[in-house]
Design a protein around this ligand. Structure first.
Ligand code: HEC
Length: 99
């Protein structure tokens, strides 16, 4: 019984680590920065609020759909194969805010 409880604690601990593993700055650098850091191929430049304004005006749901399906030179999923819609939202909020 103690062993089972200990095992469950280990499983629970590793699950919570997985949930916290999404870190917006790290994911931005890993996936989106390849194009958005420099504004490659017409990508709205990260942390340039003016570049993002017309994009944000489309509404967050539209933007999440654009990343998920791809848009113009942006490939589907924006190189983040395991991102959820909420994580895309966090990434978009991150990139569209002035730094
Ligand atoms: C291979 C290059 C590339 C990568 C990687 C990339 N993007 Fe993009 N992104 C673009 C380009 C180019 C556009 C402009 C598309 C257009 O308007 O034709 C764009 C546009 C966008 C838009 C605006 C969509 C709209 O409807 O106006 C959002 C939001 C976005 N990217 C989010 C992301 C996120 C989040 C990531 C990382 C998970 C990401 N992108 C990764 C190239 C990229």
């Amino acid at each position: 019984m103690t062993k089972v409880l200990a095992l469950m604690a280990v499983v629970a601990a590793s699950l919570s680590v997985n949930v916290q593993a999404f870190e917006v700055e790290g994911k931005y650098k890993q996936a989106c920065a390849a194009c958005h850091a420099m504004g490659v191929a017409g990508a709205p430049k990260a942390f340039d609020a003016a570049a993002w304004k017309p994009r944000l005006d489309k509404g967050m749901d539209t933007l999440v759909a654009s990343v998920t399906n791809g848009l113009g030179a942006m490939p589907p999923r924006g190189l983040c194969m395991d991102c959820t819609a909420d994580q895309y939202k966090a990434l978009i909020n991150h990139m569209s805010a002035a730094k």
